[in-house]
Design a protein around this ligand. Sequence first.
Ligand SMILES: CC(C)(COP(=O)(O)OP(=O)(O)OC[C@H]1O[C@@H](n2cnc3c(N)ncnc32)[C@H](O)[C@@H]1OP(=O)(O)O)[C@@H](O)C(=O)NCCC(=O)NCCS
Length: 156
Amino acid sequence: MIQLRKLTLKNATKEYCNWLNDKEVNRYLETRKATINSLKKFINDKNKKKDCLLFGIFHKEKHIGNVKLEPINYKEKTAELGILIGNKGYWNKGYGTKVMNLIINHAFNNLKLDKITLGVKANNKNAIKLYERVKFKTNTLRMELVRTSHKQRSAK
Ligand SMILES: CC(C)(COP(=O)(O)OP(=O)(O)OC[C@H]1O[C@@H](n2cnc3c(N)ncnc32)[C@H](O)[C@@H]1OP(=O)(O)O)[C@@H](O)C(=O)NCCC(=O)NCCS
């Protein structure tokens, strides 16, 4: 029922734009707006890169999201993963878990990678639960200082 297929330019649709322009969907993402042309450029650029595999997530032929391995370092056998179920009607139905299992199998069994890493915002609870469910472990800690909290502290 769920399939991963390489994205093509015909997948740059209005619906895909709407996902990225939706505040609930883009809340934890880097990309917060899109046009059909920007999506076409994105798909083209990613498909040209040797260290990137961008797949569309299809449910009964309907494009509902994307999953990406980038960068893939074939020498070190590592890759960074990103997932987006863009169509909110498909959240909380187990599809994220299914997609993670498919991409992990592809990375380990077909691409013969040894390690997959990913970055997630600390308050993206749904994503963290999903990653833990498929056995990701926290092994690094990134810290950040934002200007607003810096200002408050110096004003004391
Ligand atoms: C984060 C994200 C990928 C999760 O995808 P998802 O498809 O909703 O995840 P799942 O459905 O597999 O898991 C979510 C919940 O559904 C539950 N679930 C699993 N199978 C289910 C089923 N068959 N029926 C109903 N619920 C099910 C899970 O148990 C889980 O519940 P819990 O979190 O309370 O334990 C998705 O919300 C998303 O793309 N968000 C926007 C982009 C984003 O934040 N990406 C990650 C950036 S790091």
